[in-house]
Design a protein around this ligand. Sequence first.
Ligand code: PPE
Length: 314
Amino acid sequence: MLTPTEKIWHNGRFIAWDDARIHVLSHVVSYGTSVFEGIRCYDTASGPAVFRLQDHMRRMIDSAKVYRTEIPFPAEALSEAALELVRVNKMRSCYIRPIALRGYAEMGVYSLRNPIEVFMACWEWGKYLGEEALAAGVDVCVSSWTRIAPNTLPAMAKAGANYMNSQLMKMEAVTNGYAEAIALDAAGYVSEGSGENIYAVRDGKIFTPPLGASVLPGITRDTVIRLAQDLGIPLVEALIPREMLYIADEVFFSGTAAEITPIRSIDRIVIGKGRRGPVAERLQREFFAIIEGKKEDRYGWLTRAYASQPVAGS
Ligand code: PPE
C-alpha cells in the first residue's frame, strides 16, 4: 500500500495529497490519454539527489509530442518542480511520478480540446522485483502476449495506454508464479519486460534489443550502455532471438524501478549458473557507486535536491 506524502504538485502549485483528484469523465479515464515518467531520488553521501532528472523530463516532453501535445511547462520547470516536491515532502530517497493527462471537458476519442493536467507525486518505493532480486536474480517467463507492434501504440512514448499491454504480460506472469515477463516483438524477437529493458550476455559481450524492437528508450538502458563502455565490456544493440536468452551466460533487466536486476531462470530454464553473473554484478557495482555518491558522478547524472543536507526528521 502506498504511503501518502504531504504534497502533490499540480499545474505549478502544491496541493494536499488527498486533493489530487480528477473527474471520472476526464479523457484519460476512458481512453488512457496520459504520458508519464518514473524517476528515482537517492540518498547519496552528499544528500538526496535525483538521477538523470533532465533526461526523464525530456522524455516526457517527447512522449507528449508523439501525441501532438505540448506540455505547458519546459523541462527545466518540471525538473525544478521535482526537486521542490522532494523538499516539501522532506524526502531523502523516493520515486517521483510526473504525469501529464488529458482532463475533463469533452467525451469522444478526439482529445486535443481537453485540458492538459500535469501532476507530480512522490513516495517511497523499495525494490521493484522483491528484496532478494538484485542479489539473487528473478525467475521470469516469455509472455504469450506480444509487445505493442510498430505503428500501433508507439513504444518510444511512455504513455499510460502502453501499460495495458504490460499488464497483460505481468498478470499472466504473476498468475503462473513468475516475478516478471519478457515480451517478444511483433516479428518474434526479444523486446523488453513489462517495465524493464533487457540484456543477454554471451562470452563477455552484452546484447540488447534496438529501439526498433518496440522498446522504451530507457534512461537506465542508456546508463548501462555508457557504463559498459567505461568498463570495457562490449555491448551491441541487436535483434535477439528467443532461444538466445536460454543459452545466454547471463540475462538481466534495467529500469528506474528495477535498477539492474539479474534473471536466474526463464521459462524454468536455468540461465548460466542460475544466479547473478559477473557482468551484471560489475554493472550494478558501478551503478550503485555512482548513485550512492561513492564514486564521482562523472556524467553529471545526479541533481541535488537540497542546497544543503536536510536534517533527518526536520
Ligand atoms: N521499458 C518499459 C516498458 C518501462 O516501463 C520502463 C520503466 C523501462 C523499459 C525502463 O526505462 P527507464 O526507467 O527509463 O530506465 N518502467 C517504469 C515503470 C514502473 C512501474 O511499474 O510503474 C520504471 O521503472 O520506473
